[in-house]
Design a protein around this ligand. Structure first.
Ligand SMILES: [Zn+2]
Length: 80
């Protein structure tokens, strides 16, 4: 196996403003672009690639199914 972390986006959370700072292209940011805080003590951003799965809520009102049988044509009313 040859594992080469070439294009890993190492994101850190700025300790100053709390923004997520992404270092693209392997460039390690040393200062926050937002508040100029030193990022050497920044914590790695948590991996939020998998958001919590929220099951879809059931519909409040189910569509009313027709009660009439599909193949039972009613006799036409007698014409007077
Ligand atoms: Zn900042």
């Amino acid at each position: 196996m040859c594992f080469r972390p070439t294009s890993v986006d190492a994101s850190v959370v700025c300790p100053g403003c709390g923004k997520k700072v992404s270092s693209l292209g392997g460039i390690t940011l040393t200062a926050c672009p937002f508040c100029k805080a030193d990022l050497k003590d920044a914590q790695p951003a948590p991996d939020i690639a998998a958001p919590p799965v929220i099951p879809p809520a059931p519909p409040a009102q189910a569509p009313a199914a027709p009660k009439a049988p599909p193949s039972a044509p009613k006799a036409p009313p007698p014409l007077s």
